[in-house]
Write a protein that binds this ligand. Structure first.
Ligand code: PSU
Ligand code: MN
Length: 303
């Protein structure tokens, strides 16, 4: 593929042996959480994947290498770096050429996972259609990626910093299956429901594995979004977060934040404005998604 694709031996062995593997993204480490919570969470989530019987493959660009599977020292380096880039599809070749490092977004992580032969990926929240997109045209490249890269992503839906109805409309236009896990509603990240109905619901890892396998068998070259609601015990009422979201959005608009800086700006402000509340919920749902993805990977490997 490219001599810049560096797959950790443990991950390559598991893929070659058709054993369970779960990819994990790194923009959440570099741009989604403060240090050291980002490093501690990244390492703990890898442990969650292992405990559920799968091999974790955290993905990032490190000194121009497209790394699938990182060691703890590299995770710490990315987590503590002051100004590391954020890589989506369009940045990958430039980062390789410049030999620099970056956290990979959902889109870039899907691409590198697919290159490494990994079919499942767990994250917290995906990018989507931003509020006000009718004037700004700000729609995450994550959505287009789902239309073209055959990797299933387990997420807790999307944060309401986004326009969730428009996000679902675009995913429908792009031909991307959106499936509720144990729910018929699209979950809204911090809360378990959004009032937005989904066409499809599945209830067991085995059922999800079967759909993923069928999608591949049919040669449908698109991804799949499995929306897993935050565990009830960790859920935060929308009213608790709503004011912080409004404040973060207003500040982003006032400061003229645009392009790839928008999402990191909003995520950082949200952590600051809600203090521990949003961070604790964020960590809980990532673990839940990683565990579910590992269970699906185990079911997929058994088929
Ligand atoms: N939303 C979250 N947490 C995140 C992100 C989004 O709740 O960490 C990150 C993911 O890496 C996602 C990226 O792929 O932000 C989307 O950025 P953009 O909107 O610029 O495409
Ligand atoms: Mn954007």
């Amino acid at each position: 593929m490219t001599d810049r694709l560096v797959i950790k031996a443990e991950v390559a062995d598991a893929v070659a042996g058709h054993r369970p593997v779960v990819a994990l993204e790194s923009t959440i480490i570099t741009h989604g959480m403060p240090y050291p919570a980002n490093r501690d969470t990244a390492l703990a989530v890898e442990a969650t994947v292992r405990a559920a019987g799968a091999v974790p493959a955290t993905i990032a660009v490190v000194d121009g290498a497209l790394c699938v599977g990182l060691d703890a020292a590299t995770i710490d380096r990315l987590a503590s770096a002051k100004a590391v880039a954020k890589a989506s599809r369009r940045d990958l070749a430039l980062l390789v050429a410049a030999k620099t490092s970056a956290g990979t977004t959902v889109a870039a992580t899907m691409i590198l996972a697919a290159m490494a032969g990994i079919r499942l990926f767990a994250t917290g929240g995906i990018g989507g259609v931003h509020r006000g997109a009718e004037t700004t045209f700000d729609i995450s490249a994550d959505l287009a990626e789902f239309a073209r890269t055959p990797v299933a992503v387990v997420s807790a839906g999307a944060k309401s910093i986004l326009d969730l109805p428009k996000t679902l409309e675009v995913l429908e236009s792009l031909g991307v299956p959106v499936i509720g896990y144990g729910t018929a509603e699209f979950p809204a990240f911090f809360s378990r429901d959004s009032g937005l109905a989904l066409d499809w619901r599945l209830d067991t890892p085995g059922e999800v594995a079967r759909v993923i396998q069928t999608q591949h068998a049919l040669g449908l070259q698109q991804g799949l979004l499995l929306a897993n609601p935050i565990p009830a015990a960790a859920a935060v009422p929308h009213a608790t977060i709503a004011a912080a979201i409004e404040q973060a959005l207003a500040q982003a608009a006032a400061d003229g934040v645009h392009g790839k800086a928008v999402t990191p700006f909003l995520l950082q402000r949200l952590v600051e404005l809600t203090g521990g509340t949003s961070l604790t919920a964020n960590i809980a749902l990532i673990h839940a998604n990683a565990k579910l993805a590992a269970e699906i990977a185990v079911a997929l490997a058994a088929r």
